[in-house]
Design a protein around this ligand. Structure first.
Ligand code: GDP
Length: 373
């Protein structure tokens, strides 16, 4: 594991520790010295960040997001303090995910859909999860240049994907940014992700509703979508259903509908619909919004959405703990020292995997509760 990753993992643990009300002053102090520039992070106090976000001050919101995205230990600890303060003011937005393969029309769709939502009086924030993005090149999800009209509209708030690191790290920062946007008063949050499989699982773990955009055409292979992604969708939209594409779009709709017939719904009590739309002409956009409104109207009173959010939070907590435990185990010098030798013995069939695991865990100071014999 690289030092950068290790440092980040350590820092979220410290941040978590601080958020749990523990004193991490000494750690912060150490970091201040390492960072050599303690003033930058402290340019606003935790209370100033929180008050600015709550007042809907965009410049402070942006700075707080930068704080949340920072990989410095001091910033992370401060960001957790801000988030902890804002937590009672979060949770009121509709959290909507949008996914699909590159080229399917996500940014064109978000531009059209977002503009429509602003017209409906929504306070809109657009975020993204894109672990492959870098600021230096390539297309960045949520990039303002890809949503020119929307980004010029001062009513919308657009933030590109945080960069660098693992999918887990990027998703975590997007999730925290979503909470900040909620505290700042945005009532509709669109989270964009690229349809490559893993990203959708991360998306599913933070939104209430997922829209999957597909191309007009038949067959999953042609669509370039991984099996299982359609199962995560609350609505499937065949985009580019315009001009010469109309007939093929209808074919795709029929095919997806019959495939969905045999699948479990992504959300209990909700039937995933397949509809046609054109991000270019705007056809199907109002219906897509109507579906989302129906979803909340139907499932909010039953507690389904609240239950989903609770399990998302619990899962997230579990993931963070697992990630840290794994990191500590594999970075332990005693474990590293014996890992290769034990792996080889297990591979040669000379040692059972259970015994091998028990030895390594014991090296790390964890005695198994049962005998590996
Ligand atoms: P993304 O990579 O999924 O964000 O896709 P883009 O929004 O960048 O769109 C890819 C290409 O498809 C662009 O050339 C768009 O103009 C085009 N496109 C997007 N939506 C539609 C649509 O509804 N109809 C047609 N005909 N073209 C579209």
């Amino acid at each position: 594991m690289s030092t950068a990753v290790a440092t980040r993992s350590q820092s979220w643990l410290h941040a978590l520790w601080a958020a749990a009300g523990n004193n991490v002053k000494s750690t912060n102090q150490a970091n201040v010295e390492q960072a050599g520039n303690p003033r930058r992070a402290g340019s606003l106090s935790v209370d100033e960040y929180a008050a600015g976000v709550l007042a809907g001050d965009r410049s402070i919101l942006s700075r707080t997001i930068t704080l949340v995205e920072s990989q410095s230990r001091l910033h992370e600890s401060q960001a957790q303090d801000v988030l902890q303060k804002l937590l009672p003011h979060t949770g009121k937005a509709r959290r909507i995910g949008i996914t699909g393969v590159p080229g399917v029309g996500k940014s064109t769709f978000i531009e059209a859909f977002g503009t429509y939502l602003l017209g409906q009086g929504c306070k809109l924030a657009v975020l993204a999860i894109d672990p492959s993005s870098t600021r230096s090149g390539g297309s960045i999800l949520g990039d303002k240049t890809r949503m020119e009209k929307l980004s010029r509209d001062t009513r919308a708030f657009i933030r590109p994907s945080p960069t660098g690191g693992t999918l887990g790290g990027v998703a975590r920062r997007t999730r925290e940014t979503m909470l900040l946007c909620e505290a700042a008063g945005f009532d509709t949050i669109l989270v964009e992700s690229v349809g490559v499989g893993q990203n959708e699982t991360a998306l599913r773990s933070m939104v209430d509703y997922i829209m999957l955009l597909l191309l007009p055409g038949a067959g999953d292979e042609l669509q370039g979508i991984k099996r299982g992604i359609v199962e995560l969708a609350d609505t499937v939209l065949i985009n580019k259903a315009d001009g010469d594409n109309k007939q093929r779009a209808e074919q795709a709709r029929l095919e997806q509908e019959s495939a969905l017939h045999y699948q479990q719904p992504a959300t209990p009590g909700w039937k995933t619909e397949v509809a046609l739309c054109s991000a270019l002409t705007g056809e199907g956009i109002p219906d897509a919004w109507k579906q989302i409104e129906d979803f909340y109207r139907k499932l909010e009173p039953t507690g389904t959405i609240a239950a989903r959010r609770k399990s998302q939070s619990a899962e997230w907590l579990g993931d963070l703990i697992q990630e840290e435990l794994r990191r500590r185990f594999y970075s332990d010098a005693r474990v590293k020292n014996r890992l290769g030798e034990i792996q080889a013995a297990v591979q040669r069939g000379e040692m059972t995997p259970v015994r091998g695991a028990a030895i390594l865990l014991a090296e790390h100071g964890l005695q198994q509760e049962f005998s590996p014999e």
